[in-house]
Design a protein around this ligand. Structure first.
Ligand code: ASP
Length: 412
């Protein structure tokens, strides 16, 4: 039995779990909530990995890059791709929202408003200050990824600057990151169970009812995300990275499934890292650096949704938007996506930033909150696929990818 189980590649077990979970949830109904605990345990184990994995592999990754110039080359290219793809994504959301007008003619009375999340009151000053790892221990205890990345990058740079004296510390981080990869492999074996339970819970508790009133918005959210994944990322992989598109997607199926079921880029981070390294052949130093950074700042699904949801709110409440407003949305939408944490529902909270600036009522957040999870799941797949696509593209630009490894990835 165990031999039979392990003979099936993990990604196939994960996809089967996803489908079976949805079927089980639809048949079972709200009672499926009772197995959500299995999914929660899975997520808790993955969360356990986040801090030590980022810390060890990012420090080791920065140190392994070898010199500070190369670090700038990798980081600079990644940031440029994050920003350009983010802008394209928001404008796509605005285009879809304008063409299909999901919010016009909507009878607000039929919408069952979800719980109203606390509006985001973080100011830009606080956001900037929040990036500084004032107390590294606190940052780790809070699983606060952005300042942790800053801290780990600084230690890596310190190791590079220390030269020979830094080598013993570099060795500790190297070995720590290998150990953490093994621990990740153990936790990954829980994926089929976690994915099954989470899918059953979503399908069982949300059913199909919640989708009907907001079906258009949800449909457009999925459509936009699919365009980003299969058009923008495919083009990037084919024309910039010059790699086989199908193999790329086959290599990241695990990460996509975990992203879809957890709705969290952070929770998926260990899986994304493993997929890019093991299945796509990206050098661990480059992958740990870009994937960690991307999980927090690169959110194209969220950016697209910012544009779409703002237009939705404007249409529902009859707010006229000018071209200047569109530009404002495009800038704040990208900023909001960068600022959103890689956790479930953070995009929803961040919308307050954009809505406030263009005069769309915050009630819109309550309107869409009920179906946010279903959209969040797809946004997260888009965000995570983007992290993998940009990591792979940058690695191919800087020659940090083993193409043979990628093409022969058949036991993903
Ligand atoms: N849940 C998303 C993520 O983790 C962020 C969002 O809410 O859009 O990537």
């Amino acid at each position: 039995m165990t031999r039979f189980w392990f003979a099936i590649p993990l990604w196939q077990r994960v996809i089967a779990a996803l489908g079976l979970g949805i079927i089980a949830g639809l048949l079972w109904g709200p009672g499926a909530e009772s197995i959500k605990i299995i999914g929660d345990i899975f997520i808790a184990f993955i969360r356990m990995l986040v801090v030590p994995l980022i810390f060890f592999s990012l420090v080791a990754g920065v140190a392994a890059i070898g010199d500070i110039k190369k670090l700038g080359a990798v980081g600079g290219r990644a940031m440029l791709l994050f920003l350009v793809t983010g802008q394209i994504a928001v404008w796509l959301g605005l285009l879809l929202g304008t063409l299909f007008a999901p919010g016009s003619g909507l009878d607000t009375a039929v919408i069952e408003a979800g719980t109203v999340p606390v509006p985001n009151e973080t100011t830009w000053r606080e956001m900037l200050l929040g990036i500084v790892p004032q107390s590294p221990v606190q940052v780790m205890a809070d699983v606060n990824v952005l300042p942790l990345i800053v801290f780990a990058t600084l230690i890596g740079i310190g190791i590079l600057m220390a030269g020979k004296d830094g080598e013993p510390v570099a060795k500790i981080f190297d070995s720590g990151s290998i150990v953490m990869q093994k621990v990740t492999a153990i936790v990954m074996e829980l994926t089929p169970f976690g994915v099954f339970a989470l899918m059953a819970w979503v399908a069982g508790t949300q059913g199909t009812d919640a989708l009907i009133a907001l079906a258009k918005l949800v449909g457009l959210n999925y459509f936009g995300c699919l365009l980003i994944i299969f058009v923008m990322y495919s083009a990037m992989i084919k024309f910039i990275a010059k790699l086989p598109v199908v193999d790329f997607f086959r290599g990241i199926v695990d990460a996509m499934a975990v992203a879809y079921s957890t709705a969290s880029s952070n929770a998926t981070l260990p899986v994304t890292m493993r997929c890019t390294q093991r299945n796509l052949g990206v050098a661990p130093s480059v992958s740990s650096f870009i994937v960690s950074l991307g999980a927090t700042v690169n959110m194209n699904g969220t950016a697209m949704y910012m544009g779409l949801a703002t237009l939705f709110g404007a249409q529902v409440f009859g707010v006229d938007l000018s071209w200047a407003d569109y530009f404002m949305i495009s800038i704040l939408g990208t900023a909001g996506a960068i600022g959103a944490a890689g956790i479930p529902g953070s995009g929803l909270i961040m919308m307050a930033l954009v809505f406030g600036a263009v005069g769309v009522p915050l009630e819109t957040i309550a309107l869409v909150a009920g179906v946010d999870r279903i959209m969040d799941m797809m946004r997260t797949v888009t965000n995570v696929s983007g992290d993998a696509a940009i990591t792979t593209t940058v690695a191919s630009m800087t020659g940090d990818i083993d193409r043979e490894e990628m093409i022969s990835a058949d036991d993903v």
